[in-house]
Design a binder for this molecule. Structure first.
Ligand SMILES: Nc1ncnc2c1ncn2[C@@H]1O[C@H](COP(=O)(O)OP(=O)(O)OP(=O)(O)O)[C@@H](O)[C@H]1O
Ligand SMILES: [Mg+2]
Length: 261
């Protein structure tokens, strides 16, 4: 049996330049992994590539998830399979309310590939009543003011509010692998704890979380079993939580020396 998510020899070009250069990585649901690495090392490139962002061109390698090679699948198809990305820089959608966006996203996530319906010729979907209940519950978990549901998505949201919004999305979509790209950046000390506790509440044997971060702090709350270092387009080192502490203390020079970069 292979891992739930298995990335093999991944090469990715962005704007014609090779950013990921033979990256290997594996993780299972039920686990927390962290990826750390210097600015520009390719962490967001990896996240965006996993989600199928069209600007990221896979020139070689494979991404196996639930028995399918994701390379070539649309972002939409990947989300339906249960992959989720909390963006480093979430974008706003003026004119679309948070509630409408989330309900549409939930329905799209659970839409059957065969266009399955509810038996009455109506597309399958969450009822307004169930949706409201679920939204209220998850917003309370993340200590978000209910009035956010009526605002336009991310329009005028503070940096921290946007990050919380990403985790609300995750809570509602119930992915199987969630990638959190610097969700901690921009969160104040209390918000970091609240958001982390929210992620921990969502943890289950069916959810694997990949935390991309620069700082050890978030890992105090969301404890990873494995910490990986991404450098020069590859995972060059893997260790336990102590690796994050070591980086905090010593920076990346010693890693570069150790791997000769
Ligand atoms: N859409 C893009 N267009 C042009 N260059 C890009 C694009 N995406 C990534 N790159 C380049 O690829 C390299 C890796 O960027 P990436 O965003 O993956 O780094 P990162 O490890 O996430 O860094 P950070 O820690 O600063 O978030 C950088 O040199 C960046 O400029
Ligand atoms: Mg990044």
């Amino acid at each position: 049996m292979g891992a739930d998510l298995a990335i093999k020899n991944l090469h990715v070009n962005v704007e014609g330049q090779e950013i990921l250069k033979g990256l290997n990585f594996e993780m299972n649901r039920g686990q927390v992994h962290a990826i750390m690495g210097p600015n520009g090392s390719g962490k967001s490139t990896l996240a965006n590539t996993l989600m199928g962002h069209p600007a990221y061109e896979v020139t070689a390698g494979e991404i196996w998830f639930k028995g399918e090679n994701l390379v070539g699948l649309t972002a939409d198809a990947r989300a339906r399979l249960g992959l989720f990305l909390a963006f480093q820089y979430p974008s706003s959608i003026p004119g679309v309310s948070v509630a409408n966006f989330l309900r549409t996203a939930i329905n799209a996530r659970h839409e059957q590939a065969d266009g399955g319906d509810n038996g009455n010729g109506q597309p399958r979907g969450i009822s307004m009543r169930d949706f409201r209940k679920l939204l209220k519950e998850k917003m309370a978990m993340l200590q978000m003011d209910p009035s956010f549901a009526r605002r336009y998505l991310n329009e005028g949201f503070s940096g921290g509010e946007k990050k919380r919004m990403e985790i609300l999305q995750m809570a509602l979509l119930q992915p199987e692998i969630a990638i959190l790209d610097e969700t901690d950046s921009g969160l104040d000390i209390d918000a970091l704890r609240i958001v982390s506790e929210g992620v921990n509440e969502l943890m289950s044997p069916n959810l694997g979380v990949l935390v991309i971060t620069h700082y050890q702090r978030i890992l105090n709350y969301i404890s990873p079993e494995y910490v990986h270092i991404l450098l020069g387009g590859r995972i060059v080192m893997t260790g336990g939580p102590e690796l994050a502490l070591q980086l905090e203390e010593r920076g990346y020079d010693w890693v570069k020396e150790a791997v000769n970069k």
